[in-house]
Design a protein around this ligand. Structure first.
Ligand code: PEP
Ligand code: MN
Length: 337
């Protein structure tokens, strides 16, 4: 249920309603809006009786929420969520670019890449230290050493670090370095990880599972929001279909659907979405036109020799060209909005 407060309801009135929610054994979620505040309720076992809130000052209406995902839905919060990461806003209408290698491979590799992406204007550096690989024989990441390099390089180039947390065992170590915790496609429905990461109240980039419906993605995000961590960014990274010419099928409609049905920012990852270097830029641009709040792309100093995902990694020149195109696109969009 959602309690809509009257316009101009006082902080005391809002606090009283939150208290009542707690008294009945549920969790209140205060959702400030442009016009009025709403209070979302979670944790109820069955339908709630609106009478529980009758007589409380400042309450305008109690409305049932029809969707199974509650806190992530636009029904509950019509205004877009803006996630702030060390002064950089995601979801505020600006375009976020997260760039970097699939994996941190060496000091030289991550420093050169960070320098190149920062010089092109990126404010976020990606790079996995703990890598979830299909084969146990494939490079598994530099692990703790990779985290140390990310920490150092982020400081050196003033880049915010986006890195994957693969399991609860390494969560604390990863969270010490990550500005944004990436939860990968393979872990989208690892509910223990979602809860443990959610409790840290750090921004989370939640990637869509490779065969997850959008509703499943929203429900996974709901696990984090239910813990009162509202800093979730959703990421479309392609889904598995019958098509074999591309690594995955990049689902552009997901970008549009996520923006329509939820208030969370959406980042498109065309690198994993298509899996082919030359196809990344056109899809990155298409995602921005479709309404994505930004893109995440893999960039490597020497893609043919990358230890993971070289086939879909942009060279520094390729990334520079993409950044130029995205900036032209932003100017075009500002003129046509
Ligand atoms: C990655 O970002 O390198 C990655 C492993 O992504 P995904 O979880 O989408 O496969
Ligand atoms: Mn990758």
């Amino acid at each position: 249920m959602l309690i809509l407060m009257e316009q101009g309801a006082t902080t005391e009135q809002i606090a009283k309603v939150c208290e009542r929610v707690q008294e009945i054994g549920c969790t209140p979620h205060e959702i400030p809006g442009a016009i009025r505040t709403a209070i979302g309720i979670t944790g109820n076992k069955g339908p709630l009786a609106p009478e529980a809130f009758h007589g409380l000052d400042g309450v305008a209406e109690c409305v049932p929420v029809s969707k199974p995902y509650k806190l992530v839905s636009r029904e509950v919060k019509p205004d877009a969520t803006i996630v702030e990461v060390r002064g950089e806003k995601i979801g505020d209408g600006s375009m976020t670019v997260i760039a970097g290698p699939c994996s941190v491979e060496s000091r030289d590799q991550i420093f050169r890449t960070a320098e190149a992406v920062a010089a092109c204007g990126a404010k976020f550096l990606r790079g996995g230290a703990f890598k979830p690989r299909t084969s146990p024989y494939a490079f598994q990441g530099m692990k703790e050493e990779g985290l140390r390099l990310l920490e150092e390089v982020g400081r050196e180039f003033d880049l915010r670090i986006v890195t994957e947390v693969k399991d609860t065992g390494t969560l604390d170590a990863v969270a010490e370095v990550a500005d944004v915790l990436q939860i990968g496609a393979r872990n989208m429905q690892n509910f223990s990880l979602l809860e443990a990461a959610g409790r840290l109240h750090k921004p989370i980039l939640l990637k869509r599972g490779m065969s997850a419906t959008l509703q499943e993605l929203f429900m996974a995000a709901e696990y984090v929001l239910a813990l009162r961590n509202y800093n979730v960014i959703l990421c479309e990274r392609g889904i598995r279909t019958f098509e074999t010419m591309t690594r995955n099928t990049f689902d552009l409609s997901a970008v549009v659907m996520i923006k329509h049905h939820t208030h969370l920012p959406v980042i498109a990852d065309p690198s994993h979405g298509v899996g082919i270097d030359w196809a990344v830029a056109p899809l990155a641009k298409a995602a921005i036109v479709a309404g994505a709040d930004g893109v995440m792309v893999e960039v490597h100093p020497d893609p043919p020799n990358a230890l993971s995902d070289g086939q879909q990694s942009l060279t520094f020149d390729g990334f520079k060209k993409l950044m130029g195109d995205l900036s032209d696109l932003a100017t075009w969009q500002a003129l046509h909005d």
